[in-house]
Design a binder for this molecule. Structure first.
Ligand code: SF4
Ligand code: SF4
Length: 185
């Protein structure tokens, strides 16, 4: 597991308990559905006995020094850790908000690309469907290299618009809640 930012907690965020699909013997839930063990805005009601997969998965906001208001429930974007050790970062855009136009997003994505990190964006589909994802490094690089934040935003929105028109594949996951041998109350 990646080391976490000291003192940082999820607070009221439960975005990963909604966005991430799980297919485990004791807990199986489709993509984009809030886990029934989750109390919205409060967190996991089976925290002490939650599955191992839940114990080790943290978004990058919990792992690297990103600003406080990049917390996924506030920003609308989950910065996914998958692939970080191989130099890949995916920004999963749960909601399109003004956050995408922020100077610090432009600067941070620019820094990652300058460090040769592969940057991708993904969009959720309907509940029960897998997200669509596209690597954006080369598409965004011209705007990064010229320091053109407006062009960056224009390219990013065009990318997200293109992704939104891709077919979303069903994830095929059936719901099953049996953590600790009991269904959520
Ligand atoms: S998305 Fe990140 S901040 Fe939100 S609950 Fe999951 S790990 Fe915590
Ligand atoms: S078991 Fe707990 S940590 Fe795991 S997805 Fe459900 S609410 Fe989140």
């Amino acid at each position: 597991m990646l080391p976490l930012v000291p003192g940082r907690t999820c607070g009221g965020c439960v975005e990963c308990c909604r966005a991430i699909p799980l297919s485990l013997p004791e807990l199986s839930k489709p993509t984009g559905t809030l886990c029934a063990y989750c109390v919205d805005g409060a967190g996991c009601s089976v925290h002490e006995i939650r599955p191992q997969a839940c114990r080790v998965w943290f978004c990058l906001w919990r792992v690297v020094e990103l600003p406080d208001d990049w917390r996924p429930d506030l920003s609308g974007v989950i910065v996914r850790p998958d692939g970080i050790e191989d130099g890949r970062i995916t920004l999963h855009v749960e909601r399109v908000t003004d956050f995408l136009a922020r100077a610090d997003l432009f600067a941070t994505v620019g820094q990652w690309i300058a460090e040769d990190i592969e940057v991708a964006f993904s969009l959720p589909g309907p509940a029960g469907h897998l997200p669509v994802r596209a690597v954006a490094t080369d598409w965004l690089r011209p705007a990064i290299e010229t320091g053109d934040a407006a062009a960056f935003l224009e390219r990013l929105m065009a990318l997200l618009d293109s992704l939104s028109r891709h077919p979303f594949e069903p994830d095929g996951i059936e719901t099953r809640y049996a953590v600790g041998g009991s269904a959520p109350v």
